[in-house]
Ligand binder design. Structure first.
Ligand SMILES: NC(=O)c1ccc[n+]([C@@H]2O[C@H](COP(=O)([O-])OP(=O)(O)OC[C@H]3O[C@@H](n4cnc5c(N)ncnc54)[C@H](O)[C@@H]3O)[C@@H](O)[C@H]2O)c1
Length: 264
């Protein structure tokens, strides 16, 4: 599939999460001509992303930031806005995925999950919206999940955080439509990333990863799990003028997972 390398020319994007889906979106936006700053807590992953981008002659600066820390977010956004001359696109992809029902989930884990998965979206949006206003508008994309609609057992904190992202996306979209800022979320099914590898190891520790991924894939009507690049294509559409009439919505990319009744 040919990428329009000019679609995001002159645009500046800030992406959280430097592995998996965040990484793929950072590279996709950069391939479309955007300047990109990627923020992640994993410094090895940040280095890998920056060097992959460089090999592809793309502009991606990757920096360490804990998106649950208000001060760290404020200064990372300020630095990114200064370096890129503004921010037009914000993609919130960083998250953690704890396991357990509520009885098994320690308060610290619950709070950390909410602070990163939901609080991180809040803090990033809070810091970036004033910068977008100066540009006369922008676009925010939040990575939610099918687990915000229907979930498996033993993921209470994660599922709650993803449902909250659906609601926060609508609130942001309504509040900032007058600022010409469009806000949408994306809800993927299973996608081949480090997070899914952790789920595979958690649910089937005795089985090789590829076998577990094949089993996860079989639960999706398309018969496979997704690739991060497929989610990045949807993100690129929503972040571009092509998605110009979309705001306040969730876009599902799940290989048909939510369309299926458990019995069929
Ligand atoms: N992979 C899937 O199957 C799947 C399905 C549905 C939704 N999602 C969502 O997509 C998004 C991307 O997930 P992924 O699959 O690429 O997982 P991933 O684990 O590869 O990426 C998450 C990134 O967030 C970073 N991160 C975690 N805590 C952080 C913090 N405090 N500050 C900064 N960075 C932090 C991690 O270091 C990692 O790079 C997440 O929001 C996830 O919930 C993933």
């Amino acid at each position: 599939m040919a990428i329009d390398t000019n679609e995001f020319a002159g645009k500046a994007a800030l992406v959280t999460g430097t592995t998996g889906i965040g990484r793929a979106i950072a590279l996709r936006l950069a391939a479309g001509g955007a300047q990109v700053t990627a923020l992640g807590i994993d410094e090895a992953a940040n280095r890998e992303l920056a060097s992959t981008a460089k090999d592809q002659r793309l502009t991606v600066v990757a920096e360490r930031c804990d998106i649950a820390e208000p001060q760290a977010v404020e200064s990372a956004v300020e630095r990114a806005a200064q370096r890129m001359g503004g921010i037009d696109i914000l993609v919130n992809a960083a998250a953690i995925h704890p396991f357990g029902n509520v009885v098994e989930t320690e308060p610290e884990i619950w709070n950390r999950c909410m602070a990163i998965n939901v609080g991180g979206v809040y803090l990033m949006a809070r810091a970036v919206i004033p910068v977008m206003r100066k540009r006369g508008g922008g676009c925010i994309l939040n990575l939610a999940s099918v687990q915000g609609y229907a979930c498996q057992k033993g993921v209470a904190a994660y599922a709650a955080s993803k449902g909250a992202i659906h609601s926060l996306t609508r609130a942001l979209a309504l509040d900032h439509a007058p600022d010409r800022i469009r806000v949408n979320s994306i809800s993927p099914g299973s996608v081949r990333t480090p997070m899914l590898a952790t789920s595979a190891a958690h649910f089937s520790p005795e089985m090789p990863e590829d076998e577990v991924f094949a089993r996860f894939g079989a639960a999706h009507p398309l018969g496979r799990i997704g690739a991060p690049e497929e989610i990045a294509e949807l993100a690129a559409f929503l972040a571009s003028e092509r998605g110009g009439f979309c705001t306040g919505s969730d876009f599902v990319a799940d290989g048909g997972l939510l369309a299926r009744l458990g019995v069929s």
